[in-house]
Design a protein around this ligand. Sequence first.
Ligand SMILES: [Zn+2]
Length: 147
Amino acid sequence: MPSRILTMVMLVAVSMSVGCKRTEKAGYFGDLRKDKTEECALLLSQASKQIGQYMASHNSKYPPTLVDAGFSGTCPVTGKAYVYAAPQDIPSDMSTIIACEAGNGHSRGHLYMKADTSIAIVTEEQFKNELAKPVNAAIAAAFKAAQ
Ligand SMILES: [Zn+2]
């Protein structure tokens, strides 16, 4: 299977470049690539772009669902759809989480989206702490329901 061989060659190339990065101390981004964190972050960025476009044409209202914004991507590791909780209005606290990964597929952390549609990644422990905040009650309930 030539395509399989090609994939293996690419994987070797990636591991080699990761190895080089390690020598300059930070293997962090190498690890992000290896467990598809970067790919997942790109998908979530795409979702944030589409939310922004939706809001621009809907009187600054968040889309009721991600599908309403034209987004139907899933985490490349868990295959699960992203959890989303649309605020009624633009929250006063823009660090309010509006979307996140349903599972924890990445060894380096949990990806989520804030109300300003910026993307963040934190450890699972930090993510749990974020969900415990009162401003994140809606996303915490949606996250729990998705488990
Ligand atoms: Zn993911």
